[in-house]
Every structure is written in C-alpha cells, then in structure tokens.
Design a protein around this ligand. Sequence first.
Ligand SMILES: [Zn+2]
Length: 392
Amino acid sequence: MKDLLYYQDVMLREFDAHIVSKETDEAGRHFVVLSNTAFYPTGGGQPHDTGTLNGIEVIDVEKIDEEIRHYIQGSLSELDDVVHGELNWSRRFDHMQQHAGQHILTAAFVELFDAQTVSFHLGSEQVTIDIAVDALTEQQLAAAEARANEIILENRSIETTWITENELGNYHLRKEVAVTGDIRLVIIPNYDYNGCGGTHPTTTGQVSAIKILGTEKMKGNVRVSFVCGQRVLNELAMRKKVLADVARQLSVPEVEAATALSKVLSVQKNTEKALAAAKEELLTYEAKALVPNSEGVVTATFQQRTMQELQKIARMIVSEQLDITALLVSESEGKLQFVAARGKNVSKSMKVIAEKALPLINGKGGGSDQMVQGGGECTISKEELLEAMQNA
Ligand SMILES: [Zn+2]
C-alpha cells in the first residue's frame, strides 16, 4: 500500500508500469492490473481517477481484494507489457482540493464547537458533511467557514505518515481509526490529525478557498454543503449569471434585486385579488342578463369557462328566480362541461338531466336533485348537448 504511486507522490500525473494481468469481470467490463499505479481507486468518500493507459480511456478504477482494477474503454488486446499512464489531472486535483477542504472544515467545526463530522460525500458538484448536532446557527457556519479559510491562507503543510496500531497512542486523532495494520495519517500540524487513505494536496493553500452553500437537517444531524477550489469560482460564476439575469429583468442593480422582486410579488398578489373580484362582478352581470324562456328555463353556452364559473352563474340565477331552471354548457380545451340547477319552487330533479347528458359525451359527473354538473368529450356540439338537456 505504502508503495502505491498515488501515495508516494500525490502530485504525480504520468507514470510507466507493467501489466500484471488483463481480465474481464462478471459484468463484461475489461480491466487491467498494473505493477504500480497513480490512479486512485474509489474509496474513503473520494471518487476514482480517470485518464488513459497508452491513450486508451480509463473510465473506472476500483480496489477489490488489494487488487487495483483499471477499467478501460476498448479492447484488452491494445495493451501489452509496459504502459504509460496519464491522469485526468483536473478531475484528480479537484478531488484533492475538495477532500483536503473537507478535513479543514471538519476540523474547524471540532475546534470551534466540538461538533464532530459523522459522514462525508464528495459529489460531482458539491461536497457534504453530516455534523452530529441538532442545529447550526448562521453565526456558527460563518465562523467555521472563516476559520477554514484562515487555515487555507496560512498555507500550512499537509503531511502524511504511516504508523502501526501500536503507535496510535502518540497522536491525538480527530476520530477513531477503523482500519488495522498499516495506518495512514493525514496531518495538518497543530490543527488536524486524521486517519485517511485519500489524496490531498501538500499544502492547505492549494485548496484555494472554501464556501459553505447551505445546510439541511438529516437524520438527527445537520448536513453542510460546501465547495472548495475551482468549484468556488464555478459556483460564483453560475450565481452571478442568474442574479444578473434576474436584475436585468427587474431593471434594477443586482444588489436591489431581492427588494424589487418582493415588490413585484406584492403587486401581483393585489392584482390577482382585484382580478378575482372583477370576475365575480362580471359573473353577476352575466347571470342577470340571461333571460328565461316561456317554459321557465335559462339556457346559455360559453367558451373557456371553468366549472366553478358555471356553478356560480347557475347559483346566482336560481337563487334569485325560484321558478327557474338554469342549463349551462361550456366548451374549453376540447372538453364539454355542463351545469343544471333549479330554483326552490321547481320540482323536477336535475339528476334526470345529468343521466341524459353524460352518456352523450362519455362523461362523468353527478350532484343533487337541486344541482348537477358533469364533463366529457366533444362528441357533439355544445348546442346539441344543451338541446338534449332541455329535452330531458
Ligand atoms: Zn482525507
């Protein structure tokens, strides 16, 4: 383990090695095992490296029973004897920045608030740590972030050393080490002592910066999301673009965008209220304008009315004219909808009308003797539906 190239020289981007074996796994994926490697396999919360072997893509690296498998995109016959490996360095260095940043931030929470990190995930966009506390205040988050950036700015060394279990007592580790045998410590002197098998840059300055992006409660812990290094600039660029777009649409400077948006939303809420009141008033006028025929039936067809609007108009009509039946049909978005309502002095059940209307439009609906409603397909015109309802 100690002799692995990615432990010998964490900054190594290229190397030569012999092929030890070439195989295909149960899933049909081709892999090679090398005499030594700078490719880091998935482990300890850090994703695997990618790169090439003699120009052939390495798409996955896994460690299985002490064997490091380099899964390749292509035929095994293309690789023989000695290979030249090249890492996708921007991916690896990004992982190193995030991973070391995690050590630094985690140690800041311990130093300032005695709050332990219980798990760590290095995602493709953000990094998260779960901290064993019920809650973290904005001030605590700001303090931990500031302390972490201070450690980065001081450009302290990040050292690694191999020790045995017996030597563990000589170090004040942040948490207990789960492995046995040779143990690898990652040390930021006078700040953090931690058992870890991942890759980290050699100084804290290479982490460049840490920015906490958010928190959420997670199974009794608080999950803190953050980014380090180049990802801080990527996040800033993304947020800058979004904020600039919002500010442009609101025609205000970026710093005033939130206030301007609050105003827009408040105006919109008032407009919606006023519009609803105006619609209600309009329905009243519409209902009054509908005149019953000689048989005491009010009929009307509409376009694009909601069921709620039809019901309101019908109720307005029959609540004021007790001897009247109201039959209303609306067509909207390829559907037919109807309402039938009776005044208090009308004895005929409106269910009779629904029973007649619904089969004609393959519809569904129902209601009471006083009022029914239903909706279905445009199998007939709204005028034909209305006529059928009148004749029910
Ligand atoms: Zn680590």
